[in-house]
Design a protein around this ligand. Structure first.
Ligand SMILES: Cc1ncc(COP(=O)(O)O)c(C=O)c1O
Length: 478
């Protein structure tokens, strides 16, 4: 693939992007104070068309849902309708400064207020905070709320239980909130077994963090028994709601017995996950925990919406202002446009697509949990590994076909894991095409194994030493 030169490499003395007539009254140089102007500012000198081509070419090297299939398990990289972006881009929203007084930001406050009501309805919780900026941030916030509650009750519970299938952020958040973590082994169904769980719950247990459907895409069938065990011992139940898209409209964490939940608006509700963009991990609680919510929350006094700071036992702020407003706004637009029936249909399609692919792909890969899944499923490339290619090789080869690789090596309990989440927005045509690509790659193992082991061949960058890149960050061009 052709190299894209740096702007400094194509720069030529005297070439300009804009030229203003000499007699124009306004000159940026005249307007700016002298002390802010630099004598020597070696910026690239290039024409407008060169700039446009440079950035357009760079953008085409980025992969996104708008370019192709993105079955990245646990990340819900679905297509989000452009109308949501258009509406969220209205100047009334984008030009609203966070310091705008309440009286002049009634519309924005109303949206936060109404979204809270909608999410309470969808999840069965009593109140939400929108401050957390991501799922992991929501986990930390939820655990701090639980900690404040336990302290208030004079209880010294210090342990968080986390199943071995959980997302890595769960134990990390527990540690950040100052708890010890204890891992619960999944049973042969890939689920939490109440009989195993019982042995781990005692007077030290503060909370069990559970994802449902879990990261294997499986519904924790014994959730009611699990909730009883936890509550009978005086502990609380935390719902990692990053996978809500597997049950939305059909089952509610609040009804399952969860006391605190977080949602990933940037997965389920119309903002893409990943890519380092903004996210929102609102935290919902049952009413007995509302006194500990971060402040302020948005309330309505019958006449106007206002920021309510009167929460004496609040854990305080966990983020500036009201959270990532544009993500909150897109979630609101998405839910209002979809309506109750639309959200149910979304779940149905996500589950149907995942099961369709699972049934097709189990002919190629080992399927460790051969049962009905929800929105995603996990395969194992252990058969392929015996023949000389690892999951990473297969993932890299998939890139050559213009498809983003599935999540690999997660969850940790599946050897050579290949975790696939097709999402509800993909057609049968796309899914069938993906199956035929994986069939082709599987055939290559017998016929031309080197092409897989040396993949990718069609991407601008080949295999990176990601560990080295992470440890030896170079953030500036030299
Ligand atoms: C199950 C689960 N929990 C927690 C998270 C963490 O969310 P975030 O990446 O927004 O911090 C994720 C991320 O996708 C997840 O899949």
């Amino acid at each position: 693939m052709k190299e894209i030169p740096l702007l400094s490499e194509i720069s030529e003395e005297g070439r300009e992007t804009i030229s203003l007539p000499n007699d124009i009254e306004f000159s940026p140089y005249k307007e700016l104070p002298k002390e802010l102007l630099r004598e020597n500012l070696p910026l690239p000198q290039i024409s407008e068309v060169e700039i446009v081509r440079h950035f357009t070419n760079l953008s085409l090297r980025n992969f996104g849902v708008d370019l192709g299939f993105y079955p990245l398990g646990s990340c819900t990289m679905k297509y989000n309708p452009k109308i949501n972006e258009d509406l969220a881009n209205l100047p009334g929203f984008t030009k609203l400064h966070p310091y705008t007084p309440e009286d002049l930001s009634q519309g924005a406050l109303q949206i936060i207020y109404e979204l809270e009501k909608l999410l309470c309805n969808i999840t069965g919780m009593d109140r939400f905070t929108f401050q957390p900026s991501a799922g992991a941030h929501g986990e930390l916030t939820g655990l701090l709320i639980i900690k404040a509650y336990l302290k208030d009750k004079g209880e010294n519970r210090n342990t968080v239980l986390v199943p071995d299938s959980a997302h890595g952020t769960n134990p990390a958040s527990a540690a950040m909130a100052g708890f010890k973590t204890l891992e619960i082994p999944s049973d042969e169904r890939g689920l939490v077994d109440p009989n195993i769980l019982k042995n781990y719950v005692n007077e030290d247990t503060a909370v069990l963090m559970l994802t449902n459907p879990n990261t294997l895409g499986l519904f924790e069938k014994d959730i009611e028994k699990i909730a009883d065990i936890i509550h009978q011992k005086g502990a609380l139940l935390y719902y990692d709601g990053a996978n809500l898209n597997g049950i939305m409209g059909y089952a509610r964490p609040g009804d399952m017995g969860f006391d605190v939940i977080h949602l990933n608006l940037h997965k389920t509700f119309s903002t893409p996950h990943g890519g380092g963009g903004p996210g929102a991990g609102p935290v919902g609680v049952k009413s007995f925990l509302t006194p500990y919510l971060p402040k302020p929350v948005v309330d309505f006094n019958g006449e106007k919406y206002y920021l309510n700071f009167n929460i004496p036992k609040s854990i305080g702020r966990v983020r500036s202002f009201y959270g990532n407003f544009s993500v909150i706004l897109k979630a609101y637009i998405y839910i209002r446009l979809m309506g109750e029936e639309g959200l149910k249909k979304t779940t149905e399609m996500a589950v149907l697509n995942a099961n369709y692919l699972k049934e097709k792909l189990k002919a190629i890969f080992y399927l460790p949990y051969p049962t009905l899944c929800k929105h995603e499923f996990v395969l194992s490339c252990k058969k392929q590994k015996e023949k000389g290619v690892k999951t990473i090789d297969i993932a890299k080869r998939i890139l050559d076909f213009g498809i983003h690789a599935p999540t690999i090596y997660f969850p940790l309990i599946v050897e050579e894991a290949l975790m696939i989440e097709p999402t509800e927005t993909e057609t049968k045509y796309t899914l069938d095409n993906f199956v035929s690509i994986l069939e082709e790659i599987n055939k290559e193992i017998e016929e031309n194994i080197e092409i897989i082991k040396t993949a990718p061949h069609n991407t601008p960058i080949k295999r990176l030493d990601e560990t080295l890149a992470a440890k030896n960050l170079k953030v500036k061009w030299e």
